[in-house]
Every structure is written in structure tokens, then in C-alpha cells.
Ligand binder design. Structure first.
Ligand code: CMC
Length: 372
């Protein structure tokens, strides 16, 4: 490209090539498979394998990746000790960011080639689940529990948080969110991971950076922020009055809008369908009334649609999960997409180094300190 172009937020800029995922006419595909079909027919472990190895696993490969996740789940003792020492008020996402970096010092994988880093991705995926659960337990005055063999990734996280096998419906819904959250091409956190990898830095640094980027409420932090918004209302009328005012003041409403989807996020529709059934089953339809009171004017008047974070926040809430866990659960899934991008970037690398338009002072001389 010879002509220099400027696009704030890199909107519309093609920053690289990828085999991993795309949005084709509004449909999200992971390695060619539509997300709706993956959501219906596969588990998070199958999706993790698909992202990291390029194809869906057969039965033996699926069993092998499950065993790896179990093998890599125990946290190093110094990591548990460090979590124990974290001040109580530190948000879970900050604990996770620090502890992913820290567990990197106890990396059990040898070597630095593609296969070693893919193995490291499996290890990091397990460690992240364990860190979230250990922090959850310690915050609740309980000791971390060892992983149990034979559990799905979703069930393992819930088991290690609560110390008992999860309800099958909770497992199914958390698994679904992990499938939906696993990958989304060049979003902000994935791009962060790719930029870090492009300097030939290591995968732990890339994933740590990705967590920092995902944490923001304009990105993954939106699932927690959307639920923080909803819990303020006791009735649908209250929600309706608030959204009217918020829109008049041109406030951003968390869990709505998307850079790529302008006619709605397919993942949100898939999850919303399950959420409605969950609310109905639990006799919590009043929550759906609040949910709809916000959604209707956003969609009908503003033509801004819910993204996956909007139904996700309420799904986790109805499953009894505390708000502080929502964005960490996004990390527990997206680490697989990030890792696939780290591997892809490293395999065909050119350092990311864009330009900027300088808007500061013109060239000037440095005055003596007595003249400043
Ligand atoms: N609430 C109110 N207005 C909105 C919203 C929203 N959530 N999203 C977009 N708009 C408006 C925006 O103010 C702008 O209006 P105008 O043209 O009058 O200035 C117009 O819609 C176009 O939006 P944009 O800001 O150009 O969109 P963007 O592509 O720069 O930003 C976004 C995308 C996701 C950051 C933004 O929609 C947003 O801040 N949403 C709320 C946070 C959120 O839910 N994030 C999760 C994103 S999806 C999953 C994930 O990554 O976790």
C-alpha cells in the first residue's frame, strides 16, 4: 500500500490474514464451521481442538485433549500461595492477569517451537480455569479443591469453584458460552496477542496482554457491565424509564453494538434462546422482562442489537454465578482462540508497526531549566 490512510480504531483496516475464523455475511465461522452448528453439536473441548489443531477431533483425539486438560490442571503451589496473598479487593480479572504471568515461571513444557507452544496453550487453558476457581474459593473462605478426572472443561471450572459436581444444566450452559466465546478473528484482545507475538515475545506474555485488553468494558468486560446495569432494576418499568433517559443522554449501553455485526450478533441470538428457557425453568421470567425492556428500544429505536455479552451476563447470573466471574469465564474460553492466533502469527510473522499522524508541537529548542 503506497498511499497512507488513517482509520480511527483501525475500523475497516485489514491487519492480517487468518485461517482461524471469519464473519461471513453475518455468520461467524470457526475454521469454516458455522457457530450455530458448533454450538449445537460440539463441546468446548472439541472447539479448543479445532482452533488449535485446525480440524475437529475424532474420538481418540478428543479423549487425549480432555486428558491433557486434566493433567495440566493442578496449580503450582507458589501460584496458590500468591493468590492467597492477593488483597481481597483486587478484582478477579486483575488476579487472573497477574497469575497467568506468574504461572508462566513454572511452565512445564520444554522447547519453543510450534508444537511446544500448542502444548503450552493447553496447559495455559487448564491453568486459567484453576486460577479462577482457586481465587473464587479463597474469596469465599474455602481452600482450593483438586481437579476431578473425567469432567468436561465447563464442569471442571464449576466443580473447582463449588467443590461439588455441577448441575447438568449449569454445565451445559457454561459449556455453550465457552463455545460461543472461544474465537472471533481480529478483535481487540486477539490483536493484542498477535502484536505481542509479532515481536517474537513468548506466548505467556501474549496471553497476559490479551487478558488486559479483554478486561475493558468495551470488550469482554461488557458481560459483567451489562449485568451490573440489569441488577439495578427491580421491575421492567424501572428499566424502561432508565433506558429512555440513557438514550436521550447518548450513553453507551453495555452488551449492545458491535464493530463487525451491524444487524445483530448471531451468538447473542443462540444464547438468548437458551436464556429464555432457563429463566422459564427457574421461574425467573421477571428477569426476562427487565432484559427485554432494555433490548426493545435499543433494537427498535436505535437499531443497535445485543452482542453475546448481553444474554451471557444474565445467563451466568441466573446460574448463580457472581458478577466478578463473568469476564474471567470469557478468558477461560478465549485463551484457545488467542493461542491459535499466537501460533498462526509466529508461523508467518512480520512485526506490527503502524504509523501515526503527529498532532503535537512543532520542532522547538529545549529551554534552560531556569526559563521553564
Ligand atoms: N449503546 C449506545 N450507543 C451505541 C452503542 C451502545 N452499546 N454501541 C454503539 N452505539 C452508537 C455509537 O454511539 C455510535 O453513535 P453515533 O454514530 O451517534 O456516534 C454508533 O452507535 C456507532 O457505534 P460505534 O461506536 O462507531 O461502534 P464501534 O464499532 O466503534 O464500537 C463497540 C463497537 C462494541 C465498542 C460499541 O458498540 C460499544 O461500546 N458497545 C458497548 C460495549 C459492549 O457491549 N462491548 C462488547 C462488544 S462484543 C463482545 C466482546 O468483544 O466482548
Amino acid at each position: 500500500m503506497s498511499e497512507k490512510t488513517f482509520s480511527p480504531g483501525l475500523a475497516g483496516v485489514i491487519a492480517g490474514e487468518t485461517d482461524i475464523a471469519c464473519v461471513d455475511q453475518g455468520v461467524l465461522l470457526y475454521r469454516g464451521y458455522p457457530i450455530a452448528e458448533l454450538a449445537e453439536k460440539t463441546s468446548f473441548e472439541e472447539v479448543a481442538y479445532l482452533l488449535l489443531y485446525g480440524e475437529l477431533p475424532n474420538a481418540a483425539q478428543l479423549q487425549a485433549i480432555k486428558e491433557k486438560f486434566f493433567q495440566y490442571a493442578p496449580l503450582p503451589t507458589p501460584v496458590i500461595d500468591a493468590i492467597r496473598q492477593m488483597p481481597e479487593e483486587v478484582p478477579m480479572m486483575d488476579v487472573l492477569r497477574s497469575m497467568v504471568s506468574y504461572t508462566g515461571h513454572f511452565d512445564p513444557i520444554e522447547g519453543d517451537d510450534h508444537d511446544a507452544n500448542r502444548e503450552r496453550a493447553l496447559w495455559l487453558t487448564s491453568q486459567i480455569a484453576g486460577i479462577i476457581a482457586a481465587r473464587f474459593r479463597l474469596m469465599n473462605g474455602k481452600e482450593p479443591v483438586d481437579p476431578m478426572s473425567g469432567l468436561s472443561h465447563a464442569a471442571q471450572i464449576l466443580y473447582q469453584c463449588h467443590g461439588e459436581a455441577p448441575d447438568p444444566l449449569a454445565e451445559e450452559l457454561v459449556d455453550l458460552t465457552l463455545v460461543l466465546y472461544a474465537e472471533h478473528d481480529f478483535n481487540a484482545s486477539t490483536f493484542t496477542c498477535r502484536v505481542i507475538t509479532s515481536t517474537q515475545s513468548d506466548i505467556v506474555s501474549s496471553i497476559t496482554g490479551g487478558i488486559g485488553a479483554l478486561k475493558g468494558p468495551l470488550h469482554g468486560g461488557a458481560n459483567e457491565a451489562a449485568m451490573e446495569m440489569l441488577v439495578r432494576f427491580k421491575t421492567a418499568d424501572e428499566a424502561a424509564a432508565w433506558i429512555k433517559e440513557a438514550l436521550a443522554k447518548k450513553e453507551k449501553v453495555m452488551g449492545f453494538g458491535h464493530r463487525v455485526y451491524k444487524n445483530g450478533d448471531h451468538r447473542a441470538r443462540i444464547l438468548e434462546d437458551k436464556l429464555r428457557k432457563l429463566a422459564d425453568k427457574l421461574g425467573k421470567n421477571e428477569w426476562m422482562a427487565i432484559y427485554d425492556a432494555i433490548k426493545e428500544p435499543m433494537v427498535n429505536d436505535k437499531k443497535i442489537y445485543p452482542n453475546v455479552d448481553y444474554p451471557c451476563g444474565l445467563t451466568y447470573y441466573l446460574l448463580g454465578l457472581p458478577l466478578d466471574l463473568y469476564t474471567p469465564l470469557f478468558v477461560a474460553s478465549r485463551v484457545t482462540g488467542w493461542s491459535a492466533h499466537v501460533l498462526e502469527q509466529a508461523a508467518d510473522n512480520r512485526i506490527y508497526r503502524p504509523l501515526s499522524i503527529y498532532t503535537g508541537p512543532k520542532e522547538r529548542s529545549v529551554p534552560a531549566i531556569s526559563e521553564r
